[in-house]
Design a protein around this ligand. Sequence first.
Ligand code: ADP
Ligand code: MG
Ligand code: ZN
Length: 643
Amino acid sequence: MGERKNNKHRGFKFPFGGPNLPNPKPFGGWKFSIIYILILVVGMSLFNYVFMNRVNPTIDFSEFKAKIASGEIKRVELTDAYFTGYTSLKPDSRPAPPIRNPYTAAVSGAVYRTVPINDPELIKLMDEKQVAYYAVSREGSAILNIIFSWVLPIAFFFFIWRFLMKRLGNMGGNVLSVGQNRAVIVAEGDIVTRFSDVAGVDEAKDELVEVVDFLKNPKKYTDIGGKIPKGVLLVGPPGTGKTLLARAVAGEAGVAFFRMSGADFVEMFVGVGAARVRDLFKQARDKAPCIIFIDELDAIGKSRINNIAGGNDEREQTLNQLLVEMDGFDATSGLIILAATNRPDVLDPALLRPGRFDRQVLVDRPDLKGREAILKIHSKTVKLSPQVDLDAIARLTSGFVGADLANIVNEAALLAVRGGRTVVIQKDFEEAIEKTVAGLQKKNRIISENERRIVAFHETGHALIAAFTPGSDPVQKISIVPRGFGALGYTLQMPVEDRYLMTEEELLGKIDVLLGGRAAEEFIFGKISTGAANDLTKATDIARRMITDYGMSSRFKNVALTQRGAGMLGGSQTQEPLLHREYSEATQQYIDEEIAHMVEKQYARVKERLAEKHSLLNTVAGLLLEKESLDEKEFKDILRINA
Ligand code: ADP
Ligand code: MG
Ligand code: ZN
């Protein structure tokens, strides 16, 4: 459908850029408004004034006849619309030319005009008085004719068309501005945002400091033969400061900044988005060094693979164009593409390939310290009572993102004004938090103190088992900052090296780490919760594969019970489709029992180990509850001190 409309559109000859014009004219800025109608009306009046005011107002027919009879009128021009009488003869006294324009003729003396009446007496009278009379063809007023019968209606319909399109554009894609680029371009020096305006996302900041250095001293990197990254993808939940960080990068580097949202590329017409991408990169290349920031990349970067049902041609073309442009520019040109998304999972894998968005920066929800720092930044411009304790406020706002905190500071200031105070007091903040929490609770982003404790011990369980299982990947981060959708906390393990082979012992170790969470819950609280569901799925899967794929069970030692097809190119092992199984019901039963047995054995081992480390478990979980997140160093320090 989009294709057909598009072609139709190209047929128009209006003076704005068609979808494929390389440098379309910014027509969309020409706003429809009452002003244009006014201009039209004034223009018409002016026209009338200049060309028509030499003619006296229409007089009665009888009066007209009387003026002929009295000899005042010496010459009469007859048209369908008017009889016009002149008191002077033609200056050159020649007979009137067959075609002339009555409105532009230079006339001396008075002019009278009347609406014609079919009166044969008049001709007789004129003959009698020797009045020169002649008919003027309609064509005499050709210009007016054209204006009235062509230009005005077309103008009228054009305005109506524009108006409707405008309305349509507001409802959906903007039809009129097709091809026109809507990137917000912020010139160098106009960006006041600095890294000091962003807090609580220190890892992301550290990564981006390097990007700033690339932009400032590209030679430093190219001289040594290094490649400057082309694309950096900021990944994180909404409101964590991704847009803010991108601005800060541009501000720190002192370069121009092209900002465009992914949604701006998606249009009704096929090819428009692609044209916009092309245009954006063209403009940016001319301005390099600079930053292109594509906010909400997922709007165009959605995976093409899952798009089986027909797909979206427009988005696909846009995405393809983006990929082409990203491959096309030279990394040394000082152009860096930042993009932000909160749905990295739906992005097309092609976007994440080397040479494109090969750097991914996690912009996470802030922990306690981060929240306090963010509150400090945003309350800088607000008059606070000296009693206000930002640390206490940060403690109350677990799970809040930067945008929530900025909102709370503002809300507190409003409450203070409403309360007639000149400074913001602690109670204002508490009230503001309550207001916000009510909204967030609906989104499941606030968890109770009891749940926090469970999550803290659960995550500590994972981390401790990982730390004490030989050959296990080191713990990089433990966090109980609520993540939104389901996950309440996480323990991040970083593989030391790429693994292509795993020993049986290592696989069992992996199961141990996965079971560590639930084991800690049961050990401390004597109860188990649903929080381990995902861990159990993964642990069970490993156990099953050990038995069916890797031949690691006692009865089917060295026997592969299943056959797996080759997975998608680049896909991980777990994505390989199960082709078929070749075993009996009895074997199936054995597998199920063996899985249960294996998991049970590992679980007992894990609980035992946690019992040995009981005090350490309490210490780490306590610290985690206090600080909400522990990094690798902090975690190792505790282990060393308490070893
Ligand atoms: P995102 O792009 O990740 O959705 P934004 O960058 O648009 O989030 O954040 C919206 C606003 O919230 C920012 O303009 C800023 O005022 C505030 N904010 C968000 N995160 C932070 C942060 N880490 N530090 C300071 N302010 C923040
Ligand atoms: Mg944003
Ligand atoms: Zn877990």
